[in-house]
Design a protein around this ligand. Structure first.
Ligand SMILES: C[S@@+](CC[C@H](N)C(=O)[O-])C[C@H]1O[C@@H](n2cnc3c(N)ncnc32)[C@H](O)[C@@H]1O
Ligand code: SF4
Ligand code: SF4
Length: 353
């Protein structure tokens, strides 16, 4: 999946935001010319039929409707995901309710976004679900970023709008001091509240779906898992649980590519400091994805942040990366350097004939 960051302007300052090193830095928005280049880069080689728009808050781009119409009219594109905090949706109902558009609405608590903004979000959700009838193309999400994160407001939104799934993320590191750490203490700290939230969701017939940074299976005890087993007998939630990533043992980080306003590109904001490239150095998205897979992802299972992972079966069979790759990005870069040195020394020893 590739996203285009169309503006760094944002009307919120979420404490967990992993784009915070870019957001509200210089209120820089993408030009129409650069936007077209980014779109061509993503869908030009035919390997991708969808793209995402991110920010900052995408709806703050001064020409948001023009950018939207460009991608809506583009026959190479089948779906456009707009990542939004939901506050300004009412400015753009005409383009945002187009059948090609999926909305991923990041819902913050009233305390984090302010009562006024929260009311605007609620009003927009009300219009969206009651008048625009686009429920299947709209997903609400929550960032679980502290061990006492609030979730009652989310239960309320889900029940008010009769939704049966929610996207959940255990927030990934957004500051350099949180990278290259053993995150097990963080995951363990988050776990009681996360499991409590999941229980409340499932009791309300809502199935959570992990976005990324899933809590690794080694940190969930058998007893904790057993507490959820009766939901598998619930005829309403059981089929949805099977489709959800929630009980799968896989902890993966699929390469997300974020193209910035100046047409530089990073492999996800969480790894931005280590993975910045220019799209002009690649022929298209396929070549760039292969580059990130080779340079970063191929080391995801061969590197560890904790001795606990060393002999772990789930790592060896490529089921678990241990969570966000930012937790071991130094180990990944060291392994890569080592592999390059070996390759260099092997090729220098080759017979010249
Ligand atoms: C950077 S935001 C930009 C778009 C929009 N302002 C929003 O909040 O959705 C894009 C996505 O990043 C997610 N996100 C932000 N910080 C995160 C973090 N620390 N860990 C995981 N996801 C995060 C948000 O939930 C959102 O879905
Ligand atoms: S609304 Fe989105 S871009 Fe803005 S601070 Fe929050 S997560 Fe970051
Ligand atoms: S690889 Fe590490 S984090 Fe993942 S299950 Fe194994 S020990 Fe746990």
């Amino acid at each position: 999946m590739a996203n285009i960051m169309i503006t760094d302007a944002c009307n919120l300052r979420c404490p967990y935001c992993f784009a915070n090193e870019f957001v509200n830095q210089d209120q820089n928005e993408i030009t129409i010319d650069a936007f077209e280049k980014a779109v061509d880069f993503i869908v030009g080689d035919g390997s991708e039929k969808s793209l995402g728009l991110i920010g900052g808050e995408p709806a703050l781009h001064s020409k948001f409707d023009i950018l939207m119409r460009k991608v809506l009219c583009d026959r190479r594109i089948r779906s456009i995901t707009v990542f939004t905090n939901g506050i300004l949706l009412d400015r753009y109902w005409d383009v945002l309710t187009h059948p090609k558009v999926h909305l991923l609405i990041n819902c913050n608590s009233p305390r984090d976004m302010g009562e006024h903004n929260y009311q605007r979000l609620c009003n927009n959700l009300k219009i969206l679900f009651s008048q625009k009838l686009r429920t299947d193309y709209v997903h609400l999400g929550i960032n679980m970023y502290r061990s006492d994160f609030e979730y009652e407001y989310m239960l309320d939104l889900l029940s008010r709008f009769n939704l049966d799934s929610v996207r959940v993320s255990v927030s990934v590191p957004n500051l350099s001091e949180n990278r290259n750490i053993d995150p097990h203490a963080y995951f363990n700290g988050m776990k009681p509240r996360v499991l409590e939230f999941f229980t409340r969701l499932l009791e309300n017939k809502v199935v959570p779906n992990y976005d990324c940074n899933k809590i690794p299976l080694c940190l969930i005890t058998r007893d904790e898992l057993t507490q959820f087993s009766h939901f598998l007998n619930d005829p309403v939630v059981a089929p949805k649980i099977e489709e959800s990533s929630i009980f799968s043992p896989f902890v993966r980080c699929s390469p997300v590519i974020d193209i910035l306003q100046d047409l530089s590109v990073v492999r996800c904001f969480g790894l931005s400091a280590y993975t910045r490239q220019k799209i002009s150095d690649f022929s298209g998205i396929q070549e760039l994805s292969a580059f990130y897979r080779r340079e970063i992802d191929s080391y995801a299972y061969n590197t560890i942040y904790s001795t606990q992972c060393l002999d772990c079966y789930h790592r060896k069979v490529m089921k678990c990366t241990g969570g966000c790759l930012a937790y071991k990005i130094d180990a990944i870069l060291t392994s890569k350097q080592y592999a390059e040195n070996v390759m260099r020394s092997v090729s220098s020893q080759q017979c010249p004939c």
